[in-house]
Design a binder for this molecule. Sequence first.
Ligand code: PLP
Length: 370
Amino acid sequence: MNVPFLDFTRLAAKEREVMLAAFERVHASGRYILGAEVEAFEAGFAAFAGAPHAVGCASGTDALTLALRALGVLPGDDVLTVSMTCAPTATAIVNAGARPVFVDVDPVSLTMDPDRLGEALTPRTRAVLPVHLYGRPAPMEAISAFARERGLLVVEDCAQAHGARLAGRNVGSYGDAAAWSFYPTKNLGALGDGGLVTVRERSVAGRLRRLRMYGYTARNDAVETGFNSRLDELQAAILRVRLARLAEGNRRRSCLAARYDAALAGLPGFEPPPRPAPGAEPCHHLYVVRSARRDALRERLLGRGIGSDVHYPVAVHQQPAFSAFPRGPLPATERAVAEVLSLPLYPGLSDAEAEAVAAAVREETTALAG
Ligand SMILES: Cc1ncc(COP(=O)(O)O)c(C=O)c1O
């Protein structure tokens, strides 16, 4: 059985009518930038995330940059973050004028290790930026406590975590701000780029609205230099349709993940998926397993028609643009990037496909071990 890693066309067929209606509504409205659709989506997303304010913008990368800028991070400041993520997490810090300082992840959960934060502090540290990787919440209680004791800001990278919860609270509600991506592959994806920042403080929300639109308080009144980082009306209308179906999609992801968990348990030579922090309820953005023979396993799966992907084959600090930024030892990160393998996981995947993937993983892992 051929199983693609991701197949958007399955969803396209199911949502055709509602998407066309959303398109027609925007087209007929004559308003294409920052209008009623963006406002309605922001309100809907704020309610979903349990956040007082939500401000849409052009991408998840911009959401992180805008959040840092709006909270007052300045050029020359340091931001503690992880290298076990994709480059935009660190790019956004640089775009805000600050410097990423990389700390290692916990070897089991693959999220920021709060015990590594102390040794990474510098005199210019202003903020901590953890990532809820693969939809698994980072240990926010420990991270927030660390930040609070030292007067640091906390910005959560929620690009992969729409609907994840920790200790009964939504991710994004722990930090001073949280950044969300609506890149098409995300649990809540647009038909293009989109992003959003959720924040607690009304004044920060106001500054975010200003920064996303040239620094304007009113038309032709730029009180600071900003960006052009707006969420389109069309993407907002599409995201409203998909937000209404997000919980259902997340439930399906959770069923598929449980199926994989059961089918892959106890496989020799094969590590179970990274375990989330205690009390975490992941939203199963990606189903990631680990194998010391990752590349060979991936090749063998491909030979059987099973798609997979690697998130991420290189850590951020191993990429040329980021190799000169400060970092402590990153052994857990460097080991993880050599071993992680993402299996197909999306709401349109059938039970039979998930069973076929799991059976192929079992057989090929056993063959590689033998
Ligand atoms: C963890 C993480 N942070 C940031 C981003 C950046 O989001 P975007 O592609 O919308 O700019 C992504 C997604 O691509 C991501 O997965």
